[in-house]
Design a protein around this ligand. Structure first.
Ligand code: DAH
Length: 360
């Protein structure tokens, strides 16, 4: 009996002091494992007299189940403590303000390109592209621009370098998106309905001119395209783009080598107090050139002018961005001033779509 009391006291102590699951398991093995002390005593019951067994048997069984219960309780307590400790380190204060995440903005030019692409796509125009470094044939000759035409002169055009002795005409930074007309005609043949937005380059710099700027070219070729359709297309575009019922456009007879007849188009606006506003006032801002594609141009693109005809236009993207978003100075567009970009830029998720509305 003393032996049992001694085991009882000793193992309960060891269980209470076991610092972790591993130590606890060692105590269990020492007591109840195959070679454990309590198991050894259980085995010794066989050698006892029936009387001894009668009292030692229940006492030993009682000890066994008590130690077993104490082991379980200690294990549960250790697990609880471990969980508490983990919860303490993994604690999260959800009431803290979120960490600031710097986010860029979409440049107004990119935004406007997306907007106008969506509008023209809705009218059945797909997007065509061409290189920014262009051969002089695509930039000038194919567009019926004679060698002596003033726009070829060095003062407007950026010419690429040729090694001395290389007598081929130098490539140019395209001065307009019109060469994409020729490339689209060659690639697709007639009929055609494309727009070509992109960068163009001219030596020019003031409040409404920068040496790099953006145009979108439009080209529609079919068997019976007329100037009336050109007018309708441009008016519909302006209504959708500026989100107004009435925009006042002024078609002025003009001259371009690649169209006949030709028209320049101005839009009514006001510049009062340095603010540029659309649809009101007594000023006009020229936003595009247009006309019926010249037969020489169709021929250069491999299209038979006796079978096909079409209209074309070249629209200044920067100009219409300034107008729509009230940005008075074009030069600021390309200065990469973060304050300007944050002020005039668009959120990345602010995607234009005809259904969602086109502006912020
Ligand atoms: N390429 C002309 C320019 O940059 C604009 C232009 C005028 C484009 C008439 C056209 C057009 O397609 O038909 O000034």
């Amino acid at each position: 009996m003393d032996a049992i009391a001694e085991l009882h006291g000793r193992f309960l102590d060891r269980i209470a002091q076991a610092p972790d699951a591993e130590a606890l398991e060692a105590v269990r093995l020492a007591a109840l494992g195959k070679k454990g002390e309590i198991s050894a005593m259980m085995r010794s019951l066989g050698q006892m007299s029936p009387e001894e067994r009668q009292s030692a048997g229940p006492a030993l069984n009682g000890l066994k189940s008590e130690i077993d219960a104490a082991l379980r309780a200690r294990r549960a307590a250790l697990e609880d403590a471990a969980l508490d400790a983990r919860l303490k380190t993994e604690w999260l204060d959800v009431t803290l303000p979120a960490r600031h995440r710097p986010a860029g903005t979409i440049h107004p030019i990119s935004q406007v390109m997306d907007e106008l692409t969506a509008i023209f796509a809705d009218m059945g125009f797909s997007v065509a592209e061409g290189p920014q470094i262009e051969s002089d044939w695509y930039n000038f000759d194919a567009l019926n621009i004679a060698p002596e035409h003033p726009s070829r002169q060095e003062m407007d055009t950026f010419y690429m370098h040729r090694d001395s002795g290389d007598n081929r005409p130098p490539h140019v930074l395209r001065t307009h998106t019109s060469p994409v007309q020729i490339r689209a005609m060659q690639a697709q043949g007639a009929p055609i309905r494309v727009i070509a937005p992109g960068r163009v380059y001219r030596m020019d710099m003031d409040q409404t001119h920068t040496p790099m700027f953006h145009q979108v070219e439009g080209l529609a070729i079919d068997r019976d395209i007329t100037m009336a359709q050109l007018k309708w297309t441009l008016e519909e575009f302006c209504r959708a783009f500026f989100e107004v019922d009435q925009v006042e456009l002024r078609f002025r007879a003009s001259h371009f080598p690649f169209t006949e007849p030709s028209a320049e188009v101005d839009i009514r606006c006001s510049w009062e107090g340095g603010q540029l506003k659309i649809g009101e006032g007594n000023d006009w801002l020229e936003i595009l050139g247009s006309g019926m594609v010249h037969p020489h141009v169709l021929r250069a693109g491999g299209i038979d002018p006796d079978q096909w005809q079409g209209f074309a236009f070249g629209l200044g993207i920067d100009r219409i961005a300034m107008l729509k978003y009230g940005i008075p100075d074009l030069r600021a567009f390309f200065e990469s001033d973060l304050r300007w970009l944050r002020h005039y830029g668009f959120a990345a998720l602010d995607q234009p779509s005809l259904a969602a509305g086109l502006s912020r």
